[in-house]
Structures are given as C-alpha cells and as structure tokens.
Design a protein around this ligand. Sequence first.
Ligand SMILES: *Cc1c(COP(=O)(O)O)cnc(C)c1O
Length: 391
Amino acid sequence: MGVYNRAPLEVERGQGVRLWSTDGTEYLDCVSGISTNALGHAHPKLVQAVKDQAEKLWHVSNIFKIPGQDALADSLCEKSFADVVFFTNSGTEAIECALKTARKFHVANGQPERIDIYGFDGSFHGRTYGAINAAANPSYTEGFGPKMEGFHQLKWGDKAALTAAFENPNTAAIILEPVQGEGGCRATPDADLRWMREMADQYGVLIIFDEVQCGMGRTGKLWAHEWASMTPDIMAIAKALGGGFPIGACLATAEAAKGMTVGVHGSTFGGNPLAMAVGQAAFDEVSSDAILDNVNEVAGYLTQQLHGLKERFPDVIVEVRGKGLLLGVKLVPNNREFMGWARDEAKLLVAGGGDNLVRVLPPLNITLDEAREAIEKFEKACEFARAKVAG
Ligand SMILES: *Cc1c(COP(=O)(O)O)cnc(C)c1O
C-alpha cells in the first residue's frame, strides 16, 4: 500500500552507525530506524544471539512456558518500577495492552464507569485504533470511522485542563510520552511529572507512560521518567528493546495489572523464544553503565555543537531541543527538504519530526569521533540550506 513517503534510497547493509545503499554510497545513520537500532547495525552480540537461538528454537506459542520470556521479564522488572510484563511485537500493541490494563484495573476495583483516557496533543502512540484514539492526531484518525468512546485530548502543558481530567470521577488513566518523539521532541518538565504522580494518587487515576521512543537509554537514563524521580503505573516500550528485532512490552505494577487475569489478553508471536533471545542481548547491553554514560557524554557534545550551529546559522536553525540522544532541531526551511539535502549533499541521514523538526537519533553507542563527523555533515547541510534559503 502506498502509505509511505519513502526517501529515494535503497539500503543494502549496515555496520555500526553506517549504512550503505545498493549503489555503494556510504551514509552516517542518525535515524537508527527511528530510535530502534540502539546498538547500531549488525552489532556482534545481537548477531550472535540471533544465530544461536535460530538453531535452537524460534517459536512455540504462549500455551507453553518460555524460559527466555521469564528471564527478560525479570531483567525488565529488576531495572524498573514494574512487577509484571506482557510481551508484544510492536509499540502500538504495547500501547493497546497498556490501555486495556488501565480500564480492566478499574473494573477489578468495582468502578467499571472509569473508562476515560486522556492523551496530549503532539503525542504519537502508534497506528492501531486504541493508539490513534489515545493520541488523537487528526491526520491519523480521520477517515477511519467514529472516534472511540472515552478518549480525550488535552493541550500539552495545559495544567488547568489536566487538573479537571484528574478530578473527573470517570477517568481511568492519562497517557503521555515523558519526552515526545514524533511530535517534536518536547520534554515534560520533571516537576510536572511529579505533580501528575501526586494528582494521580489523590484521585485514583493511573499513569501510562509511552516510552516506546524515549525509553531504553535514549535520554541518558534507562527510562526517561527516571530524570523526574517518579514512576508510572503502566509503561509501554518497544523500538530499541529488540535492537531492530520487532519486540514490544507492556510493563506494570502488580496492582495496576490486577485485572489482567487468565484469558483476557494474549498474542501469538509476542514473547517468542527468538525475540526474547535478541531482546535479552539488547537489553543487557543498553542497560549497562557503559552505554548510558556514553549517551550522556555524546549528548552533551551534540547539544553544545548544535547550539553552536544555531548561533552560526540563524537563517536555518530556529531551535535545538530534546533530551539525551533524542534531539530535535527546528528549522527555517522545510524539514523534509532539509533531510534530502543532508542525505544527498552531506551523506547524513536524519529523521523528520512534528513542528518542522529534524531529529538526530544516532545509535546509543556512537563514539565521540562519529558524533564529530555527524556535526561536520550537519554543518555542511546547513551551508547548503543557507544557499537555498537565500535563493
Ligand atoms: C514508534 C512509536 C510507537 C509505535 O510503535 P510501533 O512499533 O510502530 O507500533 C508508539 N509510541 C511512540 C512514542 C513511538 O515512538
């Protein structure tokens, strides 16, 4: 189906932060499969994990016990607020599980009327019905039938509206990305996240975090909400969890998941042995101090350098924002056009984003030398853009 506006680039192979097209051109990849290839391309540990598991067992169905699934769930719980995990194949399925878990919680509590779920503008939660209704971005919901009942959208940063949402006795949950990805790299201030936690506790509302993009080390802590020293009740993760292999997960406290009893939810592929083997290898690596330290070091460098470019190219760059290696650069020229210039003129791949942004999303193990190269290429793209903007 013609649902993608694809770049005119046929990708053949990758190694670390580099990609090669079928015509042999080398690119520096600061897209990372949209924050998915957190360890770069063809990471030896992930390659080995796939090979080893491929020779043993791929799939059995969740009607059997899957030791690798218990092991990865244990690892995730040990390094998060969660007590239980449900594995999926994608981010949007992890969101579905999160939304269903929240509504079931209130049913289990004897309050089935609590179905209202509040999301925020600029959010992205995936493409399934629950996910598009939760994010309520008109360009993703229009033409797909009636809006689902009980979903509401709040303006990001509108505290009065959010207060009213907490006070609504039918509210089940609020859902947000602590740092927005697709919508424009906006980070909710730490103090606001802590305030949300207090309000949620006071009014019996659940907090669902969508850390599909900002989690798994992307912001310099394993989970983005760690910066605010608070925790959600439920969290969806995916993207970097499999390092490029399709894996998602819905994490929850035992209390929040108390309605998720035998038979109420499931998945054929979710958590299969092959996925779990790769997921474990990726998680062990990404959750290491070495990777998280590297994210903070490189992020500091990139942020400083991008601000420098903004000073030098005010006719090209409006603003630099984001957190860690989830960096957004708001542009004067059209972001799609700029992505093409960066690709063709500087052999640098960057991602698009809402609010006329390009996102710089390198792998989390990018070296400082490679980051320097990225900046040189970004500068080259800015020079080209300057000439274009000046006409
Ligand atoms: C990518 C993304 C999703 C959807 O994940 P899929 O694997 O594409 O279903 C959900 N939430 C956020 C924040 C994302 O960035």
